[in-house]
Design a protein around this ligand. Structure first.
Ligand code: WT7
Length: 648
């Protein structure tokens, strides 16, 4: 059964237990509805009241302002994000509470109290200052899931530098594109990262990328794997040598940052080949992470929160670092992959650290469910009280497995819908209140007006699929696209005048949202956001390739996988070996997560008379459907049959 068929048939409802509801922040739907109503009737009042829970150096003058389509929150206010995540928690009496539990792929785990983390962050902030990094400067971070990653982010926030993290699973070209766009002056990386017991050559990738990035003057390298690297004198420095220098102080005064100063850039894929640098600012983003984390994960003082995402994606930014720390919670950070050394790794980590909340992607759930029930059955998962999913739609079968096998029918599941652009969760159950329907992200969070529109902008009927939009601003929303304010307007606001998410969805008779997938050229491979145009240009950069078109096809575990149609240069021979080589090429230049699962060599692609590739048709071919829609506008309709009869 396809995903869409299965969610259309889904009728089951699961209620939170009385015990769970009784102890939760939001206890029932009546409370949700009352507060929701208030939050959208007077959003400024709602958010201002919540903002009082943060520490401000100076209070804001105005809660919200629409500056010609660019939204500003808490203008006139000053605060520091690292101060709110560390000093504020230490001052509240939690100096010795564990902030971070780090679980390496192999070896001993490490724990940092709030007091220790504050000191490490201050020391590294002082190191950055010695390199001349100042407020407003950009620091590129290309690190694996090690404590230094969290420390570096918070150190940037402390001195007002803007961090731009590139997922360590990206390779040199992807890193190069991002550094070139951000124009960073300093890069932090590691000698390598561990993945499935093997070493991924981070420093080598960084060296290759930096050959074409003239803005970067200094590189700080964390020794993680101990493999040999090329050290460039005058540019490369070891983190441990810098951080242990005698002259470096244990305290660093936090910069007083204006609410709308930049906090970080995070690149994500869009419709064109050029990644979008999503900009988030200080106060609104922090407040939104703080409140969504507190209420959606229903956080309590003794919770141990384990989010399996990588900090290189927004999920890690918001729900491993900023959300948990601003709530004074304990966050677990895991370095390796879900099935190393065996498919019970996540369950073992839950057991070992007595995690109470577990937040992961549907792909991981499907992959681990396939490994068999014996893996979770052998582990003690009694500490868990709440589960979450994010990144892609979850099919009801996977939901049920998660609910029964991991949550033992005791733990609510929060299916959280959001995006890099939204900063935090926008549509999700509140675990003590919302009745759950497997496969639905349920209802909008406070202050969020979500809707589904038809092509012409009118409101879709109940259960009619359409474009998912958000009709009002919220504090965690992106502020712009780095270096490209015009693209911010055209990508998100031009079509309907309200925020266009890029997803399709339907709203059922109970007001529940069912997300159906992307409507643009973004492919969600195992929950990772991959731009088809980026993969295409990676393929075309290979000598053998003349043209490439990349589309998604449904994949049992990954949700979607990549199907590439490749036209070779004249005279190049088609072979299985060449397919392997192309896959390796994408892996090494862009990322292993972006490599095509299937490649079909084609002599021609279906194009309109004006030369535009008709992806809709290629998608149908890749999905093994025979419903190509209208093909009469093609320059040569014959191409379709040739491609369909040769599909792989
Ligand atoms: C896209 C955003 C949000 C953090 C991780 C992804 C898809 C996300 C869900 C969900 C169905 C989901 C959407 C969205 N997505 N969460 N719960 N149900 N789809 O951030 O990489 O910016 O991707 O992920 O398609 O647009 P991202």
């Amino acid at each position: 059964m396809t995903y869409i068929d299965s969610i259309l048939k889904e009728k089951r409802i699961f209620y939170p237990s009385h015990e769970f509801s009784r102890k939760s922040h939001i206890k029932n739907m009546a409370e949700y509805s009352r507060l929701y109503k208030k939050s959208i009737e007077s959003p400024e009042k709602f958010w201002a009241k919540k903002a009082e829970e943060l520490d401000w150096f100076k209070k804001w003058d105005i809660v919200l302002r629409d500056d010609m389509g660019f939204f500003k929150w808490f203008e006139g206010g000053y605060l520091n994000v690292s101060y709110n995540c560390l000093d504020r928690i230490v001052k509240s009496g939690k100096k010795d509470k564990i902030a971070l539990i780090w679980e390496p792929e192999t070896g001993e785990s490490r724990k940092f109290t709030y007091g220790q983390l504050l000191k490490e962050v201050c020391r590294f902030a002082n190191v950055l200052k010695k390199f001349g990094v100042k407020r407003g400067h950009i620091v590129e971070i290309y690190l694996p899931m090690i404590p230094e990653l969290m420390i570096a982010m918070l150190a940037c926030a402390r001195i007002g530098a803007i961090h731009s993290i590139v997922f360590a699973g990206f390779s040199s070209d992807a890193l190069k594109d991002r550094v070139q766009d951000s124009k960073a002056e300093l890069l932090i990386t590691a000698d390598g990262s561990f993945r499935n017991g093997k070493i991924f050559p981070l420093k080598e990738n960084a060296d290759a990328a930096l050959k074409e990035c003239s803005t970067v003057k200094n590189v700080i390298v964390v020794k993680r794997t101990g493999n040999k690297i090329n050290v460039i004198n005058g540019r490369d420095n070891w983190w441990h040598e810098l951080a242990n220098e005698k002259g470096i102080g244990d305290f660093c005064e936090p910069e007083s940052m204006h609410s709308e100063d930049s906090l970080f850039i995070l690149y994500t894929s869009g419709t064109t080949g050029k990644p979008k640098g999503i900009l988030h600012t200080q106060a609104g983003y922090l407040l939104f992470c703080y409140l969504t984390f507190k209420w959606i994960f229903d956080i309590k003082d003794n919770d141990i929160h384990f989010c399996t995402a990588d900090i290189g994606w927004i999920t890690g930014h918001s729900y491993i670092v900023y959300g948990p720390l601003s709530n004074g919670a304990t966050s677990v950070m895991y370095e390796g992959s879900p099935n190393y050394p065996s498919p019970d790794r996540f369950w073992r980590i839950i057991e070992k650290h007595k995690a109470t909340i577990f937040y992961t992607a549907p792909t991981a759930i499907r992959a681990l469910a396939k490994e068999g029930n014996e893996w979770p059955e052998k582990c003690n998962l009694d500490s868990l009280r709440l589960l979450g999913t994010v990144g892609e739609p979850i099919n009801p079968e996977a939901w049920m497995w998660y609910y029964k096998m991991i949550g033992k029918e005791r733990c609510p599941i929060v299916d959280t819908w959001w995006q890099t652009e939204t900063g935090g969760i926008l549509i999700s159950p509140l675990p003590g209140a919302t009745p759950l329907k497997p496969g639905s992200a349920t209802r909008p969070f406070f202050g969020i007006i979500a809707d589904v529109l038809r092509e012409d902008g009118s409101k879709a009927d109940v259960n009619e699929g359409g474009y998912l939009v958000i009709k009002n601003p919220w504090p965690g929303m992106l502020r712009t696209i780095w270096n490209d304010p015009q693209r911010y307007k055209s990508s998100y606001f031009e079509r309907y005048g309200v925020y266009l998410t890029g997803d399709s969805a339907r709203i059922d008779e109970d007001g529940y949202f069912w997300i159906m997938g992307r409507i643009d050229d973004v492919i969600k491979v195992a929950g990772h956001r991959i731009g088809s145009a980026e993969v295409e240009s990676s393929l075309v950069s290979h000598d053998a390739v003349a043209e490439a078109a990349v589309v998604p096809y449904p994949h049992e575990v990954k949700g979607q996988a990549i199907y590439a149609f490749v036209v070779l240069n004249k005279g190049v021979k088609k072979s299985e070996q060449l397919k392997e080589e192309l896959i390796k090429h994408v892996s090494e230049h862009m990322s292993p997560i972006a490599k095509p699962d299937k490649i079909q060599f084609a002599d021609d692609l279906p194009k309109t008379r004006s030369g535009k590739i008709m992806r809709r048709i290629l998608k149908a071919i890749a999905e093994r459907s025979n419903d190509y829609g209208n093909i009469t506008t093609l320059a040569d309709p014959n191409v379709v049959n040739v491609l369909a009869s040769n599909r792989v």
